[in-house]
Structures are given as C-alpha cells and as structure tokens.
Design a binder for this molecule. Structure first.
Ligand code: FUL
Length: 494
C-alpha cells in the first residue's frame, strides 16, 4: 500500500484528534505509521515531522505485549528437518498426545501474551484441513484425518485469554502452482481467507521472508497489495510482520536487538516494491546497523513507524529435535536476550517448539517458567519514587527523582510515551550518593522501553539528563530495580 493511501486514511483520525484536544494545550499534528517529507524540506522540518510519527493503535497494542511465543510445529517435527522439501509423506504427521492447552497454559503462566503458530511452513504442509490442497492434517493418521491444530490452539487461547497469531509461509515447496505468480497468489490468498475467516480474531500475521524458486526455476512474484488488502479487510486489528508493514524483522535470529533502535525509521517494508529503489539509495537493509539517524533523515523523503521484533529460538533449531534437549538456552542467556530485545525497544518472539508427542518439552517449559519468575522478581518493586508520573523534558534538561531509602539497584528502566512519537537520541543516567552525583550509564534511543544494567548501587536520588532529542521528550515511566546476577553455564547460541 502506498504512503499516500495510508496518509489519507489516517487524515480523518488526525483531524478528529486535533479537534478533541484540550483547548488550553497546543495541539500537535501526529502522523500515523507513515510520513512524507515535503520536497526540499530542511533537516529541521524533517526532524520535527518524524518526531510526530506515531504507531497505529494495533502497533501500539502489539508493542505493549512485549513477549510472544513462537510455535514451530509441522511435518518437520516428524522428519528431523528444518526446511522440508514439500515431498514428505503426510502419514508421518502423527503426534501421540497433542494438547494445545498444555502449550497455552504453560506459556500463559510464563507471562507470554500471544502465541504464533506455523500454520504452514515452507514445506507447504497445512496444520488445518484446508480446501486448497491435500497436503495437510486431513491426509494424516492424526485424529483419523479429522484433526485441526489451528482450531485446537484457537480454543486453548480463548480459554486462557491468550492472543493468537499465525505464520503462513509465502514460500511453498509443495504447491505445484508456486512460481506461476497469478495462480499461486490466488492459492495463497485462499489459504489466508480460510485462516482469517474461520478462527476468530488473529492479532499477528507472520509473512516470512525466506523465498526460493518454484519448479523449473520459476520466480514467484507476490501480489502484496492484494494480500494486505485482504488481511485488512478480514482482520482489521491484526499486525502484519516481516514481509508485512507493521512489524519489522530485527535482522538476525540470535536474539540481538540494536543498542540504537528507532521505531520511527527510514527503511521501507520490503513488500513496498515501489520503495525498493529508495531503500537501495539509502543503503538500507533489515540488517543495517543504522535505520533512523539524522544523517539518514536528511537524505530520505519518507519515514515509517516500523518497530522491530526479535525472533529467536530457545533451541538451536526452529523445529523440535530430540537431540537438542541438552542445548536449550540457559536462564542467563534468555535474560540477556530479554535485555537485548524488550530492553532495546523491540518485542521478543521466543520460539518454543512442540515435540513429536505434540507437547512442549519439560525442559523448555521449566526454562520459560524460570525466566518469568526471574522477570517477576526483578521488576516487581520499583525503587524510584513517583517514577510512573508522565513528564516532558527538553534537550539539556534533567528529570530528578527520590529513590526509596536503603535500596540496592543495578538496573534502570525508562520508557517514552510512544503514542506521541519516539524522540530521545541521547541520555545520561546519574545517581546521587555519599554527597555527590556520578554518571552510571549513557545510551542513545529509548522508545517504548529501554533497560540498562550497571554495577550494584545504593542511590539516594536519580537524575536523567536528555542530551539529544527530536523536540520535547515525553517520558512515561522511570524505574530502578535489582536483577540478581546470573552465571551462564550453557552453550551460547549467539
Ligand atoms: C525463517 C525460516 O526460514 C525459518 O525456518 C524460521 O521459520 C524463521 C522464523 O524464519 O525465515
């Protein structure tokens, strides 16, 4: 969808927002999801505009979820493959004890707010009884061919108040029509229609970027505009990820967010094919280190609210392989990943693959439980007095807070009110103790959430100085916490 179309769609909302804003407060024009800079605009004008680029309501809700579980499950679970070639016998799909409630209740207890299931991976095998192909659960012995994993998961999610998302691989190594572009687009959209019509509310649709050739080397050209139009029509509250234009792939599968992470970014979603040349001119790829600096703003003519998601597996593989049971990530490693994802203005999409029984493995369940207990223990008591009062602060100004007497801390949490844009570029953290101020941390972006770790301290006061920002920064929350140091005993998969 073009920026122009998006722009006009949100114009009305912006106009309404402007109307209802309190008369004693100057109203700010906000740009939702996309902003086009006027031709010849100065850097100052562009910076001012990008500072008022904000998420859609569904992007904001998605960001606030913080933790999502990825469930890679399918024919590969029974063959030992990571990428099936589309020729594996559907008879192999036969989980002996599939129980989606076990998945969802364990993940719910561990603090996950949403699950995303691989309804179809690159092999083309469908976990629901689709009318589009025979290559599905319907041709398997599981529940005598009458089963539907997507439905069972949906029901478990409803029971436990878990949000529900789906991965439908665009690349399909089984579909004969793959590579015959118009025909496969029709086929893919028919699959999407089934999933988005028959299974209640879908909150995230994961459109993977991996893509190979079809039979005889044919290259599939996806009709992204029609695919997005269909999704918006059937599931208007869903966010679309990766090839989608609401959620951006962080650029690696190792759990490593960027220290400087802009949700207000210059990189256009890959599926905006009309913007490919702009990405090339700016030298932007999902892996690029810099996606939002002033330097890029100066050269760009369009910007997007396109926040990042860190996808990483709890095991070396995305699918379950029993020989990897001893290689499940350690608690310390998962905590690091949490700090490098949620703590770096991203969300964490942690893959916990069900095994061939159709259950989450005991080791994985135990590990995510440990993670949630650790996070609960760490973040339950904020030592900053009135840290959750919203405060606005200009460049060069500081925010000062009292700290609870006799507290021991080693972690700072800070959040911007991103419903008014992402603005902070550079800030410094100081603590007051023994009669003097001392700098304990410095960083660049904040965004939805930033976590910083430092040595154990006993502060009496806390001071945050905004050294660089795009206009006035809106800080919504500040906290100091104590995170128990952990030693990593397991292999590092990074
Ligand atoms: C990649 C896929 O090729 C992997 O198999 C996995 O699904 C991962 C999340 O995305 O692009």
């Amino acid at each position: 969808m073009s920026c122009n179309k998006l722009f006009s769609r949100y114009l009305l909302i912006i106009a309404l927002l402007t109307l209802v804003s309190c008369s004693s407060q100057p109203s700010e024009t906000l740009y939702t999801k996309c902003v086009q800079f006027p031709e010849g605009a100065s850097l100052d004008t562009k910076i001012d505009m990008i500072s008022r680029l904000v998420p859609t309501p569904q992007q904001l809700e998605w960001q606030q979820m913080e933790l999502t579980a990825f469930l890679h499950f399918g024919i590969n679970t029974f063959t030992g493959n990571e990428w099936g070639d589309g020729n594996d016998d559907p008879q192999l799909f036969n989980p002996s004890a599939l129980d989606c409630e076990q998945w969802v209740s364990s993940l719910c207890d561990a603090g996950f707010k949403m699950v995303i299931l691989t309804a179809k991976h690159h092999d083309g095998f469908c976990l629901w009884p689709t009318a589009t192909t025979e290559y599905s659960v319907k041709s398997s012995p599981w529940r005598n061919g009458k089963g539907d994993v997507v439905r069972e998961l949906r029901e478990a999610c409803d029971k436990h108040g878990m949000k529900f998302g789906l991965y439908l691989s665009p690349w399909d190594r089984n579909a004969e029509c793959y590579g015959n572009s118009p025909e496969y687009n029709k086929f893919y959209m028919a699959q999407l229609s089934e999933l988005l019509t028959n299974y209640g509310e879908v909150h995230e649709i994961w459109l993977d970027g991996a893509c190979g050739e079809g039979p005889n080397g044919r290259v599939q050209e996806y009709d992204w505009d029609s695919i997005f139009a269909l999704i918006r029509n059937l599931q208007p509250h869903a966010v679309t990820a990766i090839m989608g234009d609401d959620v951006r792939w962080v650029g690696n599968e190792g759990g490593l967010g960027r220290a400087t992470e802009w949700s207000a970014t210059l990189i256009a979603p890959k599926s905006y094919t009309h913007r490919s040349s702009a990405n090339i001119e700016l030298g932007l790829e999902e892996m690029s280190e810099d996606l939002g600096s002033r330097n890029l703003v100066a050269k760009a003519d369009e910007a997007y609210w396109y926040p990042s998601e860190v996808d990483v597996s709890i095991r070396p593989g995305w699918f379950f392989h029993p020989e990897q049971n001893s290689e499940v990530r350690s608690l310390a490693n998962l905590v690091d990943i949490y700090f490098r994802s949620v703590g770096c203005n991203s969300t964490l999409l942690l893959n916990i693959p069900p095994d061939s029984r159709g259950l989450l493995h005991e080791v994985d369940v135990e590990r995510v439980k440990e993670l949630s207990e650790y996070l609960r223990a760490t973040f339950s008591e904020n030592m900053v007095v009135n840290g959750d009062e919203a405060r606005s602060v200009a460049v060069g100004e500081s925010l000062e807070y009292d700290v609870v007497i006799d507290s021991t801390v080693n972690t700072l949490l800070i959040q911007e009110d991103i419903s008014r844009g992402q603005r902070v570029e550079d800030f410094m953290v100081e603590i007051y103790s023994d009669g003097k101020w001392r700098c304990v941390a410095e960083a660049t972006t904040i965004g939805y959430k930033r976590l910083l770790r430092f040595e154990e301290l006993h502060p009496e006061r806390l001071r945050i100085t905004i050294r660089g920002a795009r206009g006035v920064a809106n800080i919504s929350n500040v906290g100091l916490f104590y995170a128990e140091p952990l030693e990593d005993e397991a292999a590092d998969h990074n």
